[in-house]
Design a protein around this ligand. Structure first.
Ligand SMILES: [Zn+2]
Length: 123
């Protein structure tokens, strides 16, 4: 269960942040994911809901998943960014560099990252 362990890691990190800020509640957690990091959003949401049921701080917390654009690294010119056209999703080498046009590129897969956490903090 890939999504379950990801959700668990998210909750643990956010819990730390919430404790550091002496938060009363976690309202919303926004995470960004690479389009090629094979995450099934529904499974991540379900796992998140299951994990937070036992944590008081997370009651009614909402998880938002942002999909990042694909990013390549060009082996010819070292360009890093969005490819100029979608390649065959099964074959990363098909992506075309938007700077020099080379197809000698690597897909740069970024791990799931917590972008922001919305906390309710006692004034
Ligand atoms: Zn290039």
């Amino acid at each position: 269960m890939h999504e379950y362990s990801l959700a668990s890691a998210i909750v643990n990190q956010v819990k730390q942040i919430a404790i550091e800020h002496k938060a009363l509640k976690v309202n919303k957690v926004t995470v960004s994911a690479d389009p090629y990091e094979m995450i099934i959003p529904e499974l991540l949401q379900d796992a998140f809901k299951i994990i937070i049921t036992e944590i008081e701080l997370f009651q009614n917390a909402h998880l938002e998943l942002l999909k990042l654009p694909a990013e390549i690294i060009c082996l010819e010119c070292e360009f890093k960014g969005e490819p100029s056209e979608e390649g065959d999703k099964e074959f990363a080498y098909n992506f075309k560099c938007s700077k020099c046009g080379s197809r000698d590129t690597h897909l740069n897969i970024r791990h799931l990252t917590i972008e922001s956490v919305d906390l309710e903090i006692l004034e």
